[in-house]
Design a protein. Structure first.
Length: 413
């Protein structure tokens, strides 16, 4: 291998980013269509808002918790296999949800199918991006997970349109087939290590230093005993209690205000616009201003946005909330994997992210469903919104503690 002209023309790392982008778009986009189905499921099965919200919480718990399994499996067997399996399960879960005869079958089909499917695909797809980049890790990671933002923008309105055209059952079936077919095709672009393509991270020539950058890193057991991991875990856990509440309850909140169904679903699209902007721009900005300090700002920004939701009473105020919330939420999701790779290296990053994301799993399981049951009791979202603000501020304080210079491992880049 004497020439480096091929890598300079096209660095395959960008194909990895494109594949991860597609997987996150289809996986999370399918999951975040749930708000559009909440009212039809309530009406079809006579279930309460808390009972229906639990479907999403179960799926959310699984797709973050299962990273503890899919991350190590991807480190060993490759992200391609795990992501392909995940997208097949997402599609199958949606199709079976469309065939459900009662709310319990929706729990099993959507909760388990989509939950396990995204859990198999997400950490492997995002983890492999970290190995392909070092200098532009924040930007590349932001691009990859901006698929979540675009999925939030396009998939819920698509689902709402399909529901109007063909009913909620056919909508689930069509979305499932689309997600499985395209998701599996894009998953096959994933390659675990840049050395398999004859280059180092960032497209650098494959020399000893580049190879070391691709392979270095501490083990999971070593990582989980560090103060950095404990702090990241605690901050993510606190943030997740509140950050997923809008994805389930913003649409019904808007409907309760008398906003039209089309405009209410559009608010999820606004979150998607903000999320895409946050992942794309804030991820790259974090490379320049410091990824660790940027993480603190993301938590604080989420709290500030939720304050707007607490006082919102019309569509335009809710739209402002949705955009700002989406932007800071998107930045948070983009920066977390890069910060973890900075602290712990890339060798076992899939396994480390898998353990780290169990924190998000518990928050996702409890937050949206608790908000739904709180609404059932007092017919107001005020308490869940205020609680979401509080936990976001707690997350910002913990993240600030993590980023103090004396807490940074020597291997941080």
């Amino acid at each position: 291998m004497t020439s480096t002209s091929a890598p300079s023309r096209f660095f395959y790392g960008w194909a990895i980013v494109a594949a991860a982008f597609a997987v996150t778009l289809l996986g999370f986009g399918s999951a975040y269509t749930f708000s559009a189905f909440l009212k039809p499921l309530e009406q079809e099965f006579g279930a309460s808002r808390g009972e229906v919200s639990l479907v999403f919480s179960l799926a959310g718990f699984l797709y973050f918790a299962l990273g503890i399994v899919s991350g190590p499996l991807a480190d060993r067997f490759g992200a391609r296999l795990m992501a392909s399996l995940g997208m097949l399960l997402v599609g199958t879960g949606l199709v079976l949800a469309g065939l459900a005869r009662n709310i319990t079958e929706v729990y099993v089909a959507y909760g388990l199918g989509v939950g396990i499917g995204v859990g198999c695909a997400y950490v492997p797809a995002v983890g492999v991006v970290q190995r392909w980049f070092v200098r532009r890790r924040g930007f590349a990671s932001g691009l990859a997970v901006s698929g979540i933002g675009l999925g939030t923008l396009v998939m819920p309105p698509l689902a709402a349109w399909l529901i109007d055209m063909a009913g909620w059952r056919q909508a689930y079936i069509l979305l499932g087939l689309f997600a499985a077919l395209l998701g599996i095709v894009m998953s096959w672009l994933l390659v675990n290590d840049p050395r398999q393509r004859g280059v180092g991270p960032d497209g650098d020539p494959l020399d000893a230093a580049a190879g070391k950058n691709a392979a270095q890193g501490i083990t999971v057991g070593e990582a989980v005993r560090t103060r950095q991991f404990i702090g990241l875990y605690a901050a993510s856990l606190a943030c997740a209690f509140g950050v997923f509440v809008p994805f389930v309850h913003l649409v019904p909140y808007a409907l309760d205000l008398g906003i039209s169904p089309a405009s209410a679903v559009l608010l999820l699209g606004v979150i998607g616009v903000g999320s895409t902007a946050g992942r794309f721009f804030l991820g790259g900005l974090a490379d320049r201003m410091g990824r660790h300090a940027s993480l603190v700002l993301m938590h604080a920004g989420i709290a500030a946005a939720l304050v707007i939701w607490a006082v919102a009473g019309d569509f335009w105020t809710l739209a402002l909330f949705a955009f700002l919330f989406g932007m800071f939420y998107g930045g948070w999701v983009a920066i977390i994997p890069s910060v973890a790779a900075d602290y712990f290296g890339g060798r076992h990053i899939g396994s480390i992210l898998g353990v780290l994301y169990t924190s998000v799993a518990f928050g996702t399981l409890i937050g949206p469903s608790a908000a739904g049951f709180a609404f059932d009791i007092n017919h107001s979202y005020r308490l869940p919104i205020l609680a979401s603000i509080a936990v976001s501020l707690i997350a910002a304080a913990i993240a600030l503690w993590v980023t103090r210079p004396r807490n940074r491992p020597e291997r941080s880049t």
